[in-house]
Design a protein around this ligand. Sequence first.
Ligand code: TYC
Length: 104
Amino acid sequence: MPTNDDTVLLPTTKSKPKLERPKLYKVILVNDDYTPREFVVMVLKSVFRMSEEAGYRVMLTAHRMGTAVVVVCAKDIAETKSKEAVDLAKQAGFPLMFTAEPEE
Ligand code: TYC
C-alpha cells in the first residue's frame, strides 16, 4: 500500500539515448581531360599519403571509369582533404576535382 501522500513512484522509462555511429564520407576523385596524370598522382601522394603505386592505381581508375574512391573517413577529414587537393590543383591551374560524399 503506497504511503507518502499516496504518491506512487513508477519506474522511470527514460530510453537510453542511442549513440549513432557518425556517418563515414567517401572522398571521390573525378576525371577530367586536362590535368596531367603525374599531377593527379602527386596530389594523391602529398594530400592523402598514398604510395606511388596506390596513387597511380586510383588515378588510373578515375581516368578509365570517370571517378574513383580515394579514401573513406570522418566527414571533417574528408572535406578538409578534398579542399586541400582542389586548392593545390587550382594553384597549378588544373580543373582537378575531388568531392566528399556520405556513404550509404
Ligand atoms: N584524364 C587525365 C589525362 O588523360 C588524367 C586524369 C586522371 C585526370 C584522373 C583526372 O581524376 C583524374 N591527362
